[in-house]
Design a protein. Structure first.
Lengths: 358, 257
């Protein structure tokens, strides 16, 4: 209980320390990538819960991320002025769901306020996850991976093929997310530090929820399902129901991540829905140690940050593919764990012995 | 003498094999009933039918006055039926205590939201779960192994942990699938004493077992299955002298007939 609390405080201290460092070295432009990294991390911890703790793989989480992001982007940028006479639309604008704002060219448009757009998008993703998850989670192992991969591809093709969603260009001109009057999630330089703290605040909140869940009755039941599904079922755990719930939960994390990042960036493109993104998230969970939320956050912070800074150049996707292959071959339990030092010791000792034998 | 479990004309066919053929029997509350038979007689299939792992083709299973055939295993379990497995199915990467705590699942109710928000009632419930799990470990004399990873224990200890996990469900009926498999004679004798102790706490036991000494020692009644059919259902002594049972176990001398 208290260890969990201390770890969370530790993360918060790191976040503040990074910000102060950038402030002192006059390089606060790094915060933009760190903020984006935070939103990707939110998706990754949700996926870690699903893969690492409940033992259910998903290669379609970029799909949930994209549904959330695209829907929120569409609702906040689509102009409803043409049909503002319709009773329902008039009603929505009366209660403040639809608001008039200025677009980038100075023209007026009637679109969704960011809060109702966000809530609608999250709900949609939860429903989609529920509908998809029901049949798909009956599958196990490779078959589940294939089915979720199929889902991811479908979402990608839909996004690329729909002109209303900007086809290959995606949606741009997405307004900031007004959390409270004066507190806006957007990429404006003036709100950079505030946005950095909001993003990591959301991650810390997400971590708190998931860490609580892991140490609860439900978390134990999920581990049991991962370890021996038939035995879990025989102990009275409704395994199908729990798998579905954790799938929907992780899709919810992906949706929130997608929505907030879209408002922060001011745009979303089809690359966010691509299968390579899903593979990347799975790779990060794997390298973080599968059953380690902290490992996932840490590796997500490092890898997403360097990826966003462009350190991997045009080999971006290849890097994550290689990481996944290497991890599966040489460290299937991930890099972030206590055992790693012992393993390395044995590895070098064996290596030394071979040398001596030669 | 109330009947806790009654099974009527239960049948299950796998392709061309009639695994269980119109088997009927009942288990009296507070007794130990054994299920024996040669390999392939359909004992484990019958167990899987009763615990809901597979659905029967026909027949009924009445548990505590309710028909439970066709229910999912977790639904059957939550009605008070716990089981162990022929091949030990402990949860890996979890301690002995955590394994036993899983057994308390049906007696607690904190869901996803309560867990994520760490609500006070989930918290106090968790305390009770831990308390009860320790109680079970004390009963099985496993208290000193509470924090050890369950799958790292010796075979016999793993058997006991699995038993503890089932007991944590506080079942009305405990199904044991070959609990003495792989145990030596003294361990088997200890297991027999333990099963009797469990019965004395008010738990009804249905046990599949190959070890005849154990079965004859502890059971109140024995059912004998052969090729999916029930051929005897009686007190241990009567079963021992049943000619059909002797034929099944020692083989009929068909050439002389």
């Amino acid at each position: 209980m208290s260890a969990k609390f201390l770890q969370l405080i530790g993360l918060a201290v790191c976040i503040v320390a990074i910000q102060i460092c950038t402030q002192m070295t006059d390089s606060s432009y790094y915060l933009t990538q760190l903020t984006m990294t935070a939103y990707y991390s939110l998706l990754v911890i949700g996926l870690c819960m699903l893969i690492g703790y409940a033992g259910q793989i998903s290669l379609g989480h970029a799909g949930f991320f994209a549904i959330g992001g695209y829907m929120s982007a569409f609702l906040t940028t689509h102009d409803f002025t043409a049909i503002k006479g319709e009773p329902f639309v008039a009603f929505l604008s009366k209660i403040g769901v639809l608001v008039v704002r200025k677009d980038v060219y100075g023209g007026e448009l009637l679109a969704f306020h960011s809060w109702p757009a966000c809530i609608l998008s999250v709900c949609t993703v939860l429903i989609v996850a529920y509908v998809i998850g029901g049949p798909v989670l009956k599958l196990k192992g490779h078959y589940l991976a294939m089915a979720t991969l199929g889902f991811g591809i479908i979402i990608y093709r839909i996004v690329v093929g729909t002109s209303g969603l900007g086809a290959a260009d995606g949606i741009s001109g997405v307004p900031g997310f007004t959390l409270f009057p004066g507190v806006v999630i957007s990429g404006k330089g003036s709100g950079r530090i505030l946005n950095y703290y909001i993003a990591w605040g959301v991650v810390i909140a997400g971590m708190t929820f998931l860490l609580n869940l892991i140490s609860s009755r439900v978390g134990r039941a999920l581990s049991a399902i991962h370890g021996a599904e038939d035995a879990a079922e025989a102990m009275g755990i409704p395994t199908a129901n729990y798998k579905l719930k954790v799938f929907v939960l992780s899709a919810g994390f992906a949706a929130v991540a997608g929505i907030l990042l879209t408002h922060f960036n001011g745009s979303i493109g089809p690359s966010e829905a691509s299968v390579m993104k899903s593979v990347r998230y799975v790779a990060i969970v794997a390298i973080g140690g599968m059953t380690s939320l902290w490992g996932a956050v840490f590796m997500s912070l490092i890898l997403n940050y360097f990826s966003l800074r462009g350190s991997f150049g045009t080999y971006d996707d290849a890097v994550f593919g290689v990481i996944l292959v290497l991890i599966m071959l040489f460290a299937p339990d991930g890099l972030i764990r206590r055992q790693i030092l012992i393993d390395l010791k044995y590895f070098f000792r064996r290596f030394a012995k071979k040398e001596a034998a030669l | 003498m109330t009947t806790l479990l009654s099974v009527g004309t239960l049948s299950k066919r796998f392709g061309g094999l009639q695994a269980v053929n119109e088997v009927s029997f009942s288990v009296t509350a507070g007794s130990i009933k054994a299920l024996i038979g040669p390999n392939g007689a359909g004992k484990t299939t019958l167990f899987n039918l009763i615990s809901g792992v597979i659905a029967p083709d026909s027949g009924f299973i009445n548990f505590c006055g309710h028909e439970v055939q066709g229910l999912r295993p977790h639904q059957v379990a939550s009605r008070g039926m716990a089981r162990t497995f022929q091949h030990i199915r402990l949860f890996p990467k979890m301690s002995v205590l955590e394994n036993v705590m899983i057994g308390r699942h049906i007696h607690s109710r904190a869901g996803f939201v309560a867990g994520m928000l760490n609500l006070p009632y989930a918290w106090s419930e968790e305390k009770k779960i831990i308390e009860k799990a320790h109680e079970i470990l004390a009963f099985l004399e496993l208290e000193n192994l509470a924090d050890v990873e369950a799958t790292s224990l010796s075979y016999g200890q793993q058997r006991n942990v699995e038993l503890g996990r089932a007991l944590a469900c506080e079942p009305k009926l405990l199904l044991l699938d070959e609990p003495a498999a792989g145990l030596n004679m003294s361990e088997t004798a200890e297991l027999g004493a333990l099963i009797s102790r469990i019965r004395d706490t008010g738990v009804t036991v249905l046990i599949v077992e190959h070890d005849m000494t154990l079965v004859m020692d502890i059971s109140d009644e024995i059912i004998v299955l052969s090729y999916g059919k029930k051929i005897a259902d009686d007190k241990p002594l009567a079963v021992q002298s049943n000619s059909e049972v002797i034929n099944v176990y020692l083989g009929e001398d068909e050439d002389d007939a």
